[in-house]
Ligand binder design. Sequence first.
Ligand code: ATP
Ligand code: MG
Length: 376
Amino acid sequence: MKLESIELTNFRNIQSLQLEAAPGVNVIYGENAQGKTNLTEAIWLFTGAKSFRGAKDKELIRFGETCCKSKIHFCSELRKQTASIQLFSGEMASAKTKEVFLNELPLESSSELAGQFYAVVFSPAHLSLVREGPSFRRKFLDTAISQILPRYDHYLHEYQRILLQRNTLLKDLARFPQLIDTMEIWEEHLSKAAAAVVFCRARYVNRIRPKAAEVYEGISSGKEQFDLHYLCGIKQPEERPRDDIREFFLQEYRRTRSADIERGATLCGPHRDDLEFLVNGMPMKLYGSQGQQRSGVLALKMAECSMVEEVTSETPIVLLDDVMSELDAGRRDYLLNHLENRQVFVTCCDDESFRGLKEGKSFLIQAGHLMDIKAF
Ligand code: ATP
Ligand code: MG
């Protein structure tokens, strides 16, 4: 997959910009607050996912404007395609807040772009994956799996829907004790939905583990070992058939029922899962240095990239926002030299560390404008 060009109008601080990308490395450099991450974010939105900065659509429209537009030309499976996203602030007469087109045909929503345009992003916000609570790691798993297995989204929604029903029932029991008779049936549904989610997550983690470990080993020049542990309450879930997992949860829901009634919430299930990062066998969150944590997240992202390649035969575009800081020269070199065949967009303050690269382009961005373009 290659992004050939992107055009932006009134996207955040970018009033008007047109960029013709190189098929290899694209370095976007400039001082702080000039629009480098904004440009990366604009590219990312074509994956159909939400902003990696957690931004709402209307925050993407340039201050004082009522709409913004982004359009890309890209190439996938050797076919040339175009996609565009237009956002409206809602102040204009039309009630629409978003219009999305793929090859000039309208789509119902931007999530339909998933499976058309593949990218993997690393931004400083992703360090929360190691540093913050488990919800960030569950979100990573869910987004990554959805990219390669669209029906996973359905499993997840189904689980969340039934979980909500059981939680409502747990709370209602205080006023309507006779409702306890319906509990068994909800638990059966819930354990089936939980098993579908856990089954996919366990197999996904099992496949990215060796890939992430290999990348990490390279980044650290073989000095450190990296591993991932999927924590879902079951031992070796990747080896269990889905029915076994369903049975496990059914028993768990029955076992924890009275505690759940007391708390008015379901205590076990995939909404409590976690993904542990280990460096040299120790939890990275507690013992990892800044550079190790950054390397761990990068290794995970590169493993995600390889998974997309394996499953879809498309090479995702790699977006590396502010990745170089906190990495020593050895780690940086490894990263830059192991991105072959992948189109990369990397942001940084200056393009010095990239001058040794054989081919690519660099773009200087100032106040949302492209000021200088160099090919190397
Ligand atoms: P850094 O090197 O610090 O990461 P950056 O070049 O990546 O900087 P961006 O995050 O891309 O910076 O851009 C930040 C700039 O964009 C800020 O000046 C911010 O005020 C501006 N900005 C963000 N949203 C909007 C918007 N909706 N309209 C106009 N400007 C915006
Ligand atoms: Mg930035």
